[in-house]
Design a protein around this ligand. Structure first.
Ligand SMILES: C[S@@+](CC[C@H](N)C(=O)[O-])C[C@H]1O[C@@H](n2cnc3c(N)ncnc32)[C@H](O)[C@@H]1O
Length: 239
């Protein structure tokens, strides 16, 4: 399982990233806004009701105003204190908010407040660019089982993940396209090198087939992949 050193290194990474996250993610993820528009809409259209949505690993809360316009109640879970403070501030300013103020849980699935969330009490779980930071398959699996426990029957999980390609040549081509795109959009050599280093050091990507089988093992059905841009794919699965 993830060691305390891994957890510490990751916490430090997100303290460093927090202030600049909303700018830098748009360099690293050339389709970030389109992806968030799509993943949040997919959470809404797949959900059996509009009452309650969880944003897991909310970061600076970029998805929250979008989800807040479509669900009556939001819960956001995030272990990074600096990221969570930015998410709280974003929602304090947001023009689109849910009917009741979002509740924020600082921590992971193991936080007491996360454990206390009732079974089958959510219509949707939105989880964007998070599970790839969990090093071990067992931890990814536990997170998906946690989502499954929280969702009502028919509830939907929308998972956005950076993947690897099982085919090595396809993987190399995707990297080359991504690097060229970053340069074309103005990233200098240092930014490209830092981004590549971060992906290799901090992310634990899996193939789409591995993610599908984690979802199925957690009890989800109807696993679909409605979107792909370079390394990043969106999966939707139903409880
Ligand atoms: C790349 S950011 C994504 C933030 C946001 N969901 C988005 O799409 O912009 C990854 C986030 O996952 C959070 N994270 C890392 N490990 C986590 C865990 N075990 N449980 C929940 N969130 C975690 C990090 O703190 C970070 O804020």
């Amino acid at each position: 399982l993830t060691t305390p050193q891994d957890t510490q290194a990751q916490a430090e990474l997100f303290v460093r990233l927090a202030a600049d996250y909303d700018r830098s993610i748009r360099t690293y993820q050339p389709t970030y806004d389109a992806m968030l528009d799509l993943s949040t809409d997919l959470a809404r259209v797949g959900a059996p009701g509009r009452s309650r949505c969880l944003d897991f690993g909310t970061g600076t809360g970029a998805a929250l105003p979008r989800l807040g316009a479509m669900f009556d109640e939001l819960v956001a879970i995030e272990p990074g204190h600096a990221m969570l403070e930015l998410a709280r501030a974003r929602m304090a300013d947001a023009t689109t908010s849910p009917a009741v103020p979002p509740s924020f849980i600082e921590g992971t699935i193991d936080a007491p407040a996360a454990k206390a969330l009732a079974d089958a009490s959510f219509d949707a779980v939105h989880c964007s660019l998070v599970l790839m930071f969990l090093a071990e398959d067992a931890d990814k699996q536990r997170a998906l089982e946690f989502f499954h426990r929280l969702l009502r029957p028919g509830g939907v999980v929308v998972l956005t993940e950076l993947c690897t390609d099982a085919d090595a040549a396809a993987e190399r081509t995707t990297w080359a396209q991504w690097t060229s795109l970053m340069r074309h959009r103005g990233a200098d050599d240092a930014t490209v090198t830092a981004a590549e280093g971060q992906i290799h050091a901090a992310m634990h990507r899996r193939t789409p087939d591995q993610l599908r089988s984690f979802l199925e093992r957690a009890g989800f059905g109807q696993v679909q992949q409605p979107f792909q841009a370079l390394h990043t794919r969106i999966f939707v699965a139903t409880r």
